[in-house]
Every structure is written in C-alpha cells, then in structure tokens.
Design a binder for this molecule. Structure first.
Ligand code: UDP
Ligand code: MG
Length: 315
C-alpha cells in the first residue's frame, strides 16, 4: 500500500522552551518514517500558535524557513487547546491521508506513532493513544483525571479511559469530525461518536520536555465542566429528581404541620422553618445555576461564532 501523507498537528501556547526540542525530535522521527516509507515525503508538522505571548511564533517561523516540513499557523488570540487543535485539523484535512494530534510538550511518546500508522494501515480510522501509566503526573493530577473519566462514564459519555488528545484520524474520520457544528467542543468525547473502526496503542507517559503545564487548576476545572455540560444532559435530570424528592419531603412536611396544628402545639418551629428555607433556597439556586449553564451553552451555540481566527498561515 502507498505510504500515507501524514500531518502531525500540535497546538502550542507559550511553548518557547519545549518547541526546539519537540521540533528536533519530530524531525528525526519523520526522517526515519520517510526513510522506511511508512509515510510520504509530503508529510507535514503543523504547529499552531494559540495566541502565545512569548517567542513561540518566532520559533515556528524559523522552523518553517529552515525546513518546509514545518507549517506554522498563527491564531489571532488565545482560543484554547481544543480550538487550536481544531484550527490545525481544519487546515490539514484537505491535504492529508491521516492526521495525528499531539501536545507540544511531548509528554506522549512519539514512538507510539509507529503503532498508530500500523493500525491505520490495518484499516483503523481512529487510533487512540492510551497511557499505560501516569506515574510522571502529580498525585493530584492523576486522581482528579481518573475521577473525571469515571464520572464521565457514569454520565453516559463514552470515552477511552486514560486517553487524551493523542490520536490518529484517517482523512474520512477527520472530515466527519469537522462536520460537527458545535462550538462547545470536547474532542475526546466526540471522537467515539464517529463510529468507524478504532484501535488503541499503549505507551508510557513521560515528563514535559521543557516549560511548565499550561493547564492550571482553573483551566482543568473549566475543561471538565465543558466536557460534562457539552456532552451530557444527565446533570439536569439529576436536579429534576432532586427537586422531585424535595417536593415529596415538602408534602410529608405539610402533613406533619397540619397534624401539629391540629394538636395545638404550634409555637416552636422556628428551627425547622429556617432549615427548610435554607435547604430549599440552596437547592433552587443550585438548579438555577445548572440550568444557567445550559442556557449559556445554547446562547453560545446560536451565535455560530468561528472557533478560531486565523492571523497567518505559513505553508
Ligand atoms: N495549549 C494550547 N492553548 C491553551 C493551553 C494549552 O494550545 O490555552 C496546548 C499546550 O501548548 C500543549 C497542550 O495544549 O501543547 C497541552 O497543554 P499542557 O501540556 O500544558 O497540559 P497538561 O499536559 O499539563 O495537561
Ligand atoms: Mg502536557
């Protein structure tokens, strides 16, 4: 079979420390793959600068000038990891046979790509890279991440356990994914919806090659919220059940109050009154907040805003 044209898409946000190392590794890797005719020489590495404030774009430009294999995409502002990836995928879809997305810090083992391409040659349209261990992550990151996968499973969102955004998509899988119109994106929950033949490749997750995580706790929480509310309606149903339960309790309470009145001891009751006021008030606020979350999503979806704004494309 003919060697496929592979596009490797890498979102980069303030990655000036990691990029030179990453670029060198990818040069070696693609050289080797081309030599072994695993991939076509027309293959590219697409570096998407997600509105970085450091020297990332200058480095990308230099890489592109030195070696045409590196393409640069500059987004006009920080659109976020998922949108940066989407930008890279959109700009690659027409020109590649398959695409691999990977983070700029190379925490995910690039050698797993050999396995990805082998699975692709064997007919897989979607190949997910799965971390066989998470020892290099902090205890906190590991536990929160695993709790999140479990929660998503409970909420009915199909996801590959311990798989991040290191994956191969064939051209047709990529085009199918790009036809999803939603603005609120959670790619690792969307890819399993594509169907198609899938495969998994296991690898050890390493340390960042340089620089520090671009995902502080605040972004992690926002990311998890995004995943839940953009893919699952179950939280809203749980609130409904909770509301129903409260209403039932309220009925029981009413019976109790009527009995109490009939018996004539009606003075004391401040405590239970206060309790119900607080409890119900709290629950109502919670429900409202959650509904607001979805209304906010509808609001964003109806705007049909572009997911990214392109400033420059070096190709
Ligand atoms: N990233 C991005 N935009 C952002 C935040 C992160 O493009 O707003 C990129 C970042 O450059 C990296 C990838 O997303 O290539 C994953 O980020 P990171 O490795 O910092 O996350 P972690 O591995 O700590 O979860
Ligand atoms: Mg990382």
């Amino acid at each position: 079979m003919k060697a496929p044209v592979l596009f490797i898409v890498i979102p980069c946000y303030n990655e000036q420390e990691a990029l030179p190392i990453t670029a060198k590794r990818l040069t070696e890797l693609t050289d080797d793959m081309i030599a072994k005719t695993i991939i076509d020489p027309a293959s590219r590495v697409v570096l998407v600068d997600d509105g970085s404030r450091d020297d990332t774009w200058r480095i990308i430009r230099e890489l592109h000038e030195a070696d045409g294999r590196f393409e640069g995409v500059k987004l006009a502002h920080n659109a976020g990891h998922m949108n940066a990836l989407w930008a890279g995928m959109t700009l690659s879809a027409e020109r590649c046979d398959c695409m691999i997305s990977i983070d700029a810090d190379l925490q995910d083992d690039v050698n797993a790509m050999y396995g990805f391409l082998e699975a692709y040659q064997n007919g897989a349209d979607v190949v997910s890279g799965v971390r066989s261990s998470r020892e290099t992550d902090t205890w906190f990151k590991r536990t929160t991440a695993q709790g999140f996968y479990r929660l998503m499973g409970k909420l009915g969102v199909e996801m590959v356990y311990n798989h991040a955004d290191y994956r191969l998509l064939s051209r047709r899988a990529l085009q199918a994914l790009l036809s999803f119109g939603e603005v609120n994106m959670f790619l690792r929950g969307m890819v399993p919806m594509l169907g198609f033949k899938t495969a998994e490749v296991y690898y050890e997750r390493g340390e960042r090659v340089a620089g520090e995580s671009k995902y502080p706790l605040k972004k992690m929480i926002a990311f998890a919220m995004e995943g839940i509310t953009s893919l699952s309606n179950k939280p809203i149903r749980y609130v409904l059940f909770l509301g129903a339960l409260c209403a039932l309790l309220g009925v029981a309470m009413a019976v109790y109050v009527i009995v109490a009145v009939a018996k004539g001891h009606t003075v004391a009751g401040w405590a239970s009154l206060m309790m119900s006021v607080w409890l119900l008030g709290g629950l109502q606020l919670m429900a409202l907040g959650l509904i607001g979350e979805y209304v906010g999503k509808i609001y964003m979806e109806t705007k049909r805003r572009p997911k990214f704004i392109l400033e420059e494309h070096l190709k």
